[in-house]
Design a protein around this ligand. Structure first.
Ligand code: MRU
Length: 356
């Protein structure tokens, strides 16, 4: 079952249509991005967000820059230069999700390998095809993760999810929420508790929007209720996504994830991370090396445009935290399930990927 939400990203004829997630659930409106800088702004300002989605958006941002340069009459060198500039701009738009840097890196490789191409049009076509391939891969991964993850859940499963890991965070279905959709369509899901996910409310605004559209029974709870729900045996499993998984299995995800993992360990509730292999960063040794994005404190100090803190109080706003691999019951990827999660089990999974 695919949730009935509008598609996050649509690339058509040199325009990237981006569903503006800042307006959801109140308003469904698309941004029309026609340049790499417009895409970078959409990523930075979180009109598009979620690790796989910003990776695909970044790739299309590079393709857009190339197409615009060709349209302006640029030759192969000019198009190559425009695409390289776009890579530099896009890869730094948000730092934590490795999917963005990895997707842009793939586009850069295409640019660097263009020396033998006959003209600018050939490079534009190749970049658009690579971005489309990345998009297709994320869609197929979502489906595979949904199936594998749903196998881990028992009957009448009551799960708790954090942030938004659904179609809005990817291109279709999602990561952790793909598991929810699959279990719902199999008839093995009882209920979903949705953590509201302060400060930007991806849970209450976006995940609830998706689940309501798909007819999945759910209840939104404040983030701080999670441990108590576990104490009262109301949750059978916690499902989260990942923005970057280090080589040793440490997982960076939306702030609050680590607290959920600790609570799961204490209450013997399985803690599942559901993420495509595009979220694994084999070059990053451990969680300590993962760059954590710090966002504007105004996301905490203000609610609905009104300051709620006393004038002299300050706020600290890291958008992600890191969960040690030892707290992860299993990692569900499109290539298979890794459990226990460790440097060697992750290396085995990646070796499987390279062998294909
Ligand atoms: O700041 P966001 O909304 O981009 O954070 C998103 C998350 O933390 C998700 O859990 C993560 O990207 C993985 S789900 C696709």
């Amino acid at each position: 079952m695919v949730s009935a939400v509008p598609r996050t990203l649509r690339y058509r004829d040199g325009v990237l249509h981006v569903l503006d997630q800042r307006l959801l659930p109140g308003e469904v409106r698309e941004l029309r991005c026609q340049s790499a800088s417009e895409v970078a702004t959409a990523i930075r300002d979180m009109a598009v967000r979620g690790a796989p989605a910003i990776g695909v958006a970044g790739a299309y941002g590079v393709a857009l820059a190339a197409r615009a340069a060709a349209r302006a009459g640029g030759d192969l060198d000019a198009v190559r230069a425009a695409a390289e500039d776009a890579c530099g701009l896009l890869e730094t738009a948000r730092p934590t999700a490795v999917n963005l840097g990895a997707a842009v890196h793939r586009m850069r490789r295409q640019v660097l390998g263009s020396a033998a191409m006959s003209d600018a049009g050939e490079l534009v076509d190749a970049l658009e095809a690579t971005a489309a391939e990345l998009e297709r891969y994320e869609v197929e991964s979502s489906r595979a993760m949904g199936r594998l993850g749903a196998d881990l859940l028992g009957h009448d499963a009551r799960v708790l999810v954090h942030c938004n890991t659904g179609a809005l965070a990817t291109v279709e279905r999602g990561t952790a929420l793909a598991v929810v959709y699959e279990a719902h369509s199999r008839g093995t899901l009882d209920h979903v508790f949705v953590g509201e996910t302060r400060p930007r409310l991806q849970g209450s605004r976006l995940t609830a929007f998706e689940l309501a559209a798909a007819g999945v029974p759910h209840t939104v709870v404040v983030d701080s209720l999670a441990a108590s729900l576990m104490l009262h045996r109301a949750v059978d499993a916690v499902l989260v996504g990942a923005d970057r998984i280090a080589a040793n299995g440490d997982v960076a995800n939306k702030v609050g994830t680590y607290g959920l993992a600790v609570a799961c360990a204490h209450h013997h509730v399985p803690f599942y991370v559901v993420a495509p292999t595009s979220s694994i960063d084999p070059v990053c040794e451990s969680g300590a090396a993962i760059p954590i994005e710090e966002r504007d404190p105004a996301e905490i100090t203000d609610v609905g445009g009104e300051r709620v803190l006393p004038p002299r109080s300050t706020a600290f706003n890291p958008a992600f935290d890191v969960t040690p691999a030892s707290l992860v019951t299993a990692l569900v990827t499109e290539r298979g399930i890794v459990s226990p999660l460790s440097e060697s089990s992750l290396a085995q999974l990646l070796a499987k990927r390279r062998a294909r």
